[in-house]
Design a binder for this molecule. Structure first.
Ligand code: AKG
Length: 325
């Protein structure tokens, strides 16, 4: 039997062809040895080559290619999910100015008629909830830090020792750190600055950070209590914010994009705040300036009021605070 060799050769390597030829010869010899008549062979139900293959060579290549693409896409999706969504990182971190540029415009009712901070003492949680907890009026509560260990114990060395402890528990949040104009790139750098600078007699500095480990927050919270005036049902995240630094320093004017309103207790030093209405309300509302003294707690919606701080001459300023819902 003659084989149509020329139809096999062009796309097949010589070695593969030889092996195939030997196999076919073997099959043909076997058929010969069975002494089957040509008419019998013709009647055998042998599928034509195009029917026998479930997929042609071209189709198979497509399937392999599509499978590879799907695998790559699935792998990438899983990677994006674990890296960015599950761990709460952002795909693209927007610069802070763009966050304020993309916020929805205010209708100015948030600041109309708000001319000053309201100072309060001895207020019930119910009254605070009704009148202030979720309003845009900035409030200072003057009697909510009685008995706090933080007032006596928080100073630069307290935090330097606190953060020399490596066991902070499980990480539960992003660790935010703001260097402002200090040039100190991390908390490690803050707590390894020289003594003169730490005592505020060297280069000025001001920094802020959030807690991000569960034990870290829990241990800090043993130095202060949940402010008594907060609504009974309000919950705080396990995140505290600490701002610390010397006179003449503070945060630049900005607006936040955090989840909730926050309180901030002035533990040491005097800090001046300037609240500015959003730019679209500048002709309708007023700027407000006030000072928070040690032992006082400020409640302000920093997502809506633009704000800027400045530590007044004297002691180091240390504040601790948290958001509540
Ligand atoms: O306390 C400060 O100096 C800045 C606070 C601040 O910017 C904030 O809470 O968003």
């Amino acid at each position: 039997m003659n084989l149509p060799q020329s139809s096999l050769r062009p796309k097949t390597s010589a070695k593969t062809y030889k092996v195939a030829e030997l196999k076919v010869m073997k099959i043909l010899n076997k058929i010969d040895s069975l002494k089957l008549s040509n008419s019998y062979i013709a009647r055998l139900d042998i599928p034509k080559s195009s029917e026998k293959k479930v997929f042609g060579r071209k189709t198979s290549s497509y399937i392999v290619l599509v499978s590879i693409i799907i695998s790559v896409l699935l792998f990438s999706a899983r990677w994006i999910y674990t890296e960015f969504l599950e761990s709460r990182h952002c795909l693209i971190e927007l610069p802070s100015f763009s966050k304020s540029a993309f916020r929805p415009p205010e209708d100015c009712s948030m600041c109309l008629g708000v001319d000053d901070v309201v100072r309060l003492a001895n207020i019930t949680a119910e009254e605070f909830e009704d009148k202030y907890a979720y309003s845009t009026t900035p409030v200072i509560v003057t009697d909510a830090t009685e008995g706090w260990r933080a007032l006596k114990e928080f100073d630069f060395n307290f935090f330097a020792n606190f953060y020399s402890e490596s066991k902070m528990g499980k990480q539960i949040n992003d660790c935010f750190y703001f260097a402002y104009k200090s040039g100190l790139k991390s908390l490690q750098e803050v707590f390894s600055m020289d003594e003169a600078r730490a005592n505020l007699s060297g280069q000025p500095w001001y920094v802020g950070w959030s807690t991000c480990y569960d034990d870290e927050t829990r241990r800090l919270r043993s130095y202060y209590n949940r402010p008594y005036f907060l609504p009974k049902t309000a919950e705080s995240d396990m995140v505290d914010w600490i701002f610390m630094g010397g006179p003449g320093q503070g945060a630049h004017m900005h607006v936040d994009s955090v989840k909730h309103i926050s309180w901030q207790a002035q533990v040491r030093g005097h800090k001046q705040w300037q609240l500015a209405p959003p730019p679209e309300c500048l002709y309708h509302c007023r700027w407000i300036t006030f000072t928070v003294a040690p032992g006082e707690i400020l409640v302000v919606d920093t997502n809506r009021w633009y704000h800027k701080t400045n530590v007044l001459p004297g002691d180091i300023s240390i504040t601790i605070g948290a958001e509540y819902d």
